[in-house]
Design a protein around this ligand. Structure first.
Ligand code: ZN
Length: 413
């Protein structure tokens, strides 16, 4: 999706702010001699920014507005190495709440709802983002924070919460507890807003069924405000994102070149109006695609597909970029195979080959099944894998998802 004239103007205003503040990226842009971009082609020549840069700017190197205008900082969890610190101005905090309120509205949540918030409060952007958006909307917030399931359920019943905000794993835990305690008829939940983790379709279906609620996926990352920059809509496909605040590109993670709308790649985000720490062409390493065309819900905000994973999961087979989740999705469309599978990639006779092992029952014609799976992979992704079917129970059980993909190309032996 090409950048619009208006968005280009906004980018230029951010470049100007960065350069004149002499902040981390301002210095980089100035050193590269960049003062403005005139055309969409110019924009594509702007250098990418990376999480590593943000770490190098620790602690406050990203600060682009005058200190007296900074009202808050947030930090990414920083489980590995130096954390990233993002400064926010009052306007940034307000813009974020506006985007988040729009997410709630898109999910059909109103000021009559009671929103129970279970993500954590603190340096990270979770709890407070959910709260600020809900207050902007005018809903009643029940700011629980994480953990203490007894108290969560007690409040959920007493306050008659209608919306639960949680990670997918905590939503599942709550659903199981509600089931176990036989208190579902006392629960008034109608909707769940789920953030921060990638979750399987199966998990989503289980939470929705056990709680009897509609689920919404919220997208976001600390470097770009936090959660709330996109959400799925009822009935439509993928997630809407707010292109009046952000410009999204999808690039080939290997080459950095933009891919056509509809094709999978890495999400790259430019903040259009952020003051505290504007980011230009920030590589998220999240994988998705632009969904072309209009949404059936009638909203004109553009859409991206569900996040398919991280660029680190990407494999290149016969010159085509492939993500395990794409294969998983295709396999999921064959009801005659079990949920277990294994993908092996090897380098044979100078060519990359993907073998997919699936499980099925003996009354299925193995040859016909494997042919149909190979054809579907070919038509959806663009290369033909070798598919092998085995009896149910043959593939190893209880392996982690990542262990289902075995790349043998780089084995020394
Ligand atoms: Zn929609």
């Amino acid at each position: 999706m090409q950048i619009t004239e208006k968005q280009l103007e906004q980018v230029n205003s951010r470049i100007k702010a960065l350069v004149s503040a002499g902040s981390f990226y301002g210095k980089k842009l100035a050193a590269a001699g960049i003062t403005e971009v005139k055309t969409p082609e110019d924009f594509l020549k702007l250098p990418f920014s990376e999480k590593k840069d943000l770490r190098d700017a620790y602690p406050l190197g990203l600060m682009t507005a005058p200190e007296e205008e900074i009202v808050r900082i947030h930090s990414s969890s920083g489980t590995t190495g130096t954390p990233v610190i993002i400064p926010y101005t009052r306007k940034d905090v307000d813009d974020w709440a506006t985007m988040f309120a729009r997410c709630y509205e898109t999910a059909g949540i109103t000021n009559k709802d009671r929103i129970q918030i279970t993500p954590g409060y603190g340096l990270w952007t979770a709890g407070i983002g959910f709260q600020a958006g809900a207050e902007k909307l005018g809903a009643m917030v029940i700011p629980m924070g994480p953990g203490n399931t007894d108290k969560q359920l007690e409040m959920m019943i007493a306050m008659e919460s209608t919306v639960i905000c949680a990670t997918s794993s905590y939503a599942l835990l709550l659903a199981e507890e509600i089931q176990k305690r036989g208190i579902r008829d006392k629960i008034k939940l109608k909707k769940g807003v789920i953030g921060s983790e990638r979750w399987s379709k199966k998990m989503r279906e289980r939470i929705a069924a056990e709680l009897g609620i509609e689920l919404y996926d919220i997208y976001g990352l600390t470097e770009i405000y936090g959660p709330g920059i996109g959400i799925n809509c009822p009935g439509g496909e993928g997630m809407h994102y707010w292109d009046d605040y952000l410009y999204l590109e999808i690039i080939d993670p290997a080459t950095g070149e933009p891919v056509p709308d509809g094709e999978e790649g890495e999400i790259v985000i430019t903040t259009l109006v952020k003051e505290g720490a504007p980011l230009i062409r920030y590589r998220t390493h999240d994988l998705s695609r632009i969904i072309p065309g209009e949404c059936s819900c009638g909203r004109s905000y553009p859409r991206i597909g569900t996040i398919m994973g991280r660029t680190d999961d990407m494999m290149k087979i016969k010159g085509v970029n492939v993500f395990p989740s794409q294969i998983e999705e295709i396999l999921g469309s064959f009801p005659e195979i079990s949920s277990e599978y294994q993908i092996r990639i090897s380098h044979l006779d100078g060519k990359d080959t993907m073998r997919i092992y699936v499980e099925t029952t003996g009354d299925i014609d193995f040859d016909d099944l494997t042919k149909r799976i190979a054809e579907r992979v070919k038509s959806r992704i663009g290369f033909t894998p070798i598919v092998k079917a085995v009896e149910v129970g043959v593939l190893p059980r209880s392996m982690k998802k990542t262990a289902r993909v075995i790349d043998e190309r780089y084995d020394e032996n």
